[in-house]
Design a protein around this ligand. Sequence first.
Ligand code: KG4
Ligand code: ZN
Length: 336
Amino acid sequence: MRVLGLETSCDETAAALYEPGRGLLADALFSQVESHARHGGVVPELASRDHVKKILPLIQSVFDTAGLAPGDIDGIAYTAGPGLAGALLVGAMTAQSLAMAWDLPVVAVHHMEGHLLAPMLEDRPPAFPFVALLVSGGHTQLVQVAAWGKYVILGETVDDAVGEAFDKTARLLGLPYPGGAALEVMAAAGDPARFRFPRPMMQKPGLDFSFSGLKTFAANTLRKDDTLSGRQAVARAFQEAVVAVLVTRCRQALQQTGWKTLVVAGGVSANQAIRAGLMAMGAEAGATVFFPRPAFCTDNGAMIAYAGCQRLLAGERTDRAVRVYPRWRLGEFPSP
Ligand code: KG4
Ligand code: ZN
């Protein structure tokens, strides 16, 4: 089963070819970050337009890299949600049109399922069951994954996603969008003893998160000290609060499920301080922690090709209609 996967939910256009046993045959990505950066965030119309321009050349390039032709593949997978409606439509229309032209089965994939299965593409993949921490620009969720396709949301953010909090705080620090990775660099130079940020929600039971207060705390702290060293220390204290919150909730989720495997995925899982904090917690709790390689933490086509391949192998097919689900909860499987 060779599968072409397409990802167009936000501001990365991506395509990949995956085959079980052989693994990833090719993957290609075009990041639109530069065209959105000057607007301080993703502009949906620009995103859709860029996806239209890039998707076919990217598909051609993965076939060229793998030395394959359309007749060599067995199915097409595309991200059907959640994400920006116009952006998702480009991927859905492309996948459905090619599937019709090439007479192939097609399957709709949930973007966050793609993220949580991304560590399966590594040499040492996690085994089920596991707890997944999904941390991206749009989501912060703890998911109980009993088996492939069986997802129960244990907790999630009640306000901003953690990536959103990174990006908003980075903006306060004068860093360009999306500022998560740049904030991490700034934090490395910050004095850890200068400020201490609150650990939101940590006194509350349950596994939910809240991150919007950290951005407000950063704004108030910067009003008192907006020097370079002040900003660096704010970045450091913000990041330490995020790490502490994520570590606490993951420890609690492992205790609650009694499971010994934690999978961390989504753009924010590229952060080294978060990785180190979760690895240390795992070692202490006797749990193994898995991450995707950095390139597959952020949006990519490989994770969609992989997730779609599992669905196609299980016999799942999406009908020949262009439908997208901008708001689609992960627990709501199979496809709505
Ligand atoms: O998963 P992703 O590529 O897109 C969504 O589905 O949202 O995640 C993007 C998010 C952005 O908020 C970005 O700032 C954040 O991931 N991010 C990071 C780092 N690298 C990317 N946040 C903190 N530290 C990083 N190193
Ligand atoms: Zn994503």
